[in-house]
Design a protein around this ligand. Structure first.
Ligand SMILES: Cc1cc2ncn([C@H]3O[C@H](COP(=O)(O)O)[C@@H](O)[C@H]3O)c2cc1C
Ligand SMILES: O=C(O)c1cccnc1
Length: 340
């Protein structure tokens, strides 16, 4: 079991990270040129195979074990009336997921993926970020460890998701703290349909930024002061995946905000991740742009739970099936590809 004894110890794990295997990526492009199709005709699918190979560090990537991990947490900022839903829904959604009845269960089944649901900090809420640091150092590091240790080395592709009433406010606060701007730029409605919640969310983000102004230059302190338990676990899981050569698919705004600090700590820190879909939360586009990570699809979804990440798994499965299943020109008795 991984333990982080201090923020400094965690910072070191975030900065000293393996790089990708460019030779494995190049080997996939070489093989793709021999396949029975015009060169490059599978477009982005060819790049996805190369990306999987470079982070799995093998010339023939595998997707035998695709795992979706949903981290759950609660948030003191719900005191600020930032969401119409009661925090008890977080536990209720975990129960539903454990019984197979949530949206994520249907999408996970469709993609043949394993689903793990992990409550963080026993679902006890963080402190209200408008008044206090969200977590103590110990609480923060424990939540990061929970995420880190949830990732087992046998996973081929890790999809990340979350549930936690109030967590889109936290996503906006983290994004503003890491990349500048204020509540007006980063907040949108989350689960709400009313303007009142949006105004309250903006005010909450602005007062949290003012309260914690002295730590905004330090990405991990930003995560501790303005983040949430599930956000910290998501960061830990994405970090573990990097150390274990596992590529990662992120869900929407909440997931992306949770792991963004990894790129601030090392400019390549999120290169092993892809954003699955562009969330309907407007902050997601701004955040993706700041991270230089571009979502694979835009379906106007704003659910969370890992739903967007699960949705794109079949794209990767299709890309790999072509790569491993197609004939080469020479298998078909044809001369080598004339287009290459
Ligand atoms: C029934 C229900 C199921 C959900 N599944 C994911 N979320 C999503 O909505 C919440 C964040 O939105 P906000 O910041 O507006 O509270 C998180 O739980 C997120 O996973 C849900 C929300 C609800 C109500
Ligand atoms: O994009 C997200 O992550 C999101 C949007 C709305 C509600 N929950 C999550």
């Amino acid at each position: 079991m991984k333990q982080f004894k201090s923020i400094q110890h965690l910072r070191q794990a975030c900065t000293e990270i393996p790089s990708k295997d460019d030779d494995a990526a190049q080997a996939t492009y070489n093989h793709q040129k021999t396949l029975l199709k015009p060169p490059g005709s599978l477009g982005e699918l060819e790049n996805l195979v190369a990306w999987l190979a470079s982070w799995q560090r093998k010339t023939t990537p595998t997707l035998n074990r695709v795992c979706i991990i949903v981290f759950a947490g609660n948030h003191g900022v719900t005191e600020e009336n930032v969401t119409p839903y009661d925090p008890v829904i977080t536990q209720m959604m975990i129960n539903q997921m454990n019984q197979g009845h949530a949206a994520i269960n249907q999408l996970a089944n469709t993609a043949n993926a394993e689903l793990r649901i992990i409550p963080v900090h026993d679902l006890k809420p963080t402190q209200n970020i408008c008044k206090y640091p969200a977590m103590s150092e110990e609480e923060f590091l424990k939540a990061v460890e929970t995420g880190y240790n949830a990732v087992t080395p046998n996973i081929d592709l890790l999809c990340l998701g979350e549930v936690g009433i109030g967590n889109t406010t936290i996503a906006a606060a983290l994004s503003a703290a890491l990349f500048g701007g204020d509540g007006a730029q980063w907040v949108s409605k989350g689960t709400s349909t009313g303007a009142d919640h949006v105004a309250n969310k903006q005010n909450a983000v602005n007062s949290a930024l003012a309260l914690h102004k002295d730590i905004l230059e330090d990405p991990l302190e930003v995560c501790r002061h303005l983040g949430g338990y599930e956000h910290a676990a998501l960061l830990g899981a994405a970090l573990a995946a990097r150390h274990l050569n596992i590529p990662v698919i992120l869900d929407g705004f909440v997931c992306t905000s949770a792991v963004a600090a990894l790129q601030r700590l090392n400019p390549t820190g999120l290169d092993h991740t892809k954003i699955s879909h562009l969330s309907a939360e407007k902050g997601h586009l701004l955040l993706a742009g700041n991270l230089n990570l571009y979502p694979l699809v835009a379906f106007n979804m704003r659910l969370g739970e890992g739903s967007g990440a699960a949705l794109v798994i079949p794209i990767f499965q299709g890309a790999l099936a072509c790569y491993t299943g197609m004939s080469r020109y020479k298998d078909a008795g044809l001369p080598p590809n004339q287009g290459s």
